[in-house]
Unconditional design. Sequence first.
Length: 279
Amino acid sequence: MTPDSTPLSTSDLRPGFRLIIVGDEILSGKRADKHLSKVIELLKARGLALDHAEYVGDDPERITAVLKRAFESGDVVFSTGGVGATPDDHTRQCAARALGVALALHPQAKELIKQRMQDMALEQGKVYDATAVENLHRLNMGVFPLGARVIPNPYNKIPGFSVAQVHFLPGFPVMAWPMIEWVLDTQYAHLFQTQAWLERSVIVMGAMEVTLTPLMERLEQQHPGIKVFSLPSVDHSQWGRHIELGVKGAPELVASAYAALMAGLALFDLKLGPELVRT
């Protein structure tokens, strides 16, 4: 188990949160992924946590399989990348295939893309030509699976889209991140966890997790609402080989659980280091 100061509801109270990152450029190392850490941050700010993350290259069969699992999961899923209109962009088509539905130009997306093209023409001092080949091609970015809903893009108006609880966004962070925030704040605010949350832990020197597992299990059984975590380290610059062992939950529950944890550790011949508190 790993520590996380973000409160988690049980699965029957909220869906999980997933992230799918699409693109050969990430897997090849040409670009470094920035979405994972940011999505964790955005969720944590709302009292939520990321439950699953997955990377997939620009292979239509793999993308389709990943998206099929996403639709079937019942989780809230954010998928970044592959929603453009170039030959290596497959996400829109794969989403439709995973759902077993057709693709169609979304009326609202069409209007937003036209607005963007008009803005571009104005910026360049040109007259917007709706029949120009490049402008007709850009409309492909608004071709979504039937039944999709638009996600507004505050950066350049080119929208993303949602189907059920799976949300499709561009790969560019400057676009994707505010779009993710919009989805969270407009569709999932009822899931936000705003109650106080506390985490207390202690550094345990030289112990093995297997030795401490019975104590951890007993704490969770005897203290409902508390989560016990263990974070081992083998080469810490200050504490060397150690385990950070702790409990987290509502402050009024943490105090008694942590006292029980320390009492349990006292039965072992262990060297304890600093005690840590996170809110």
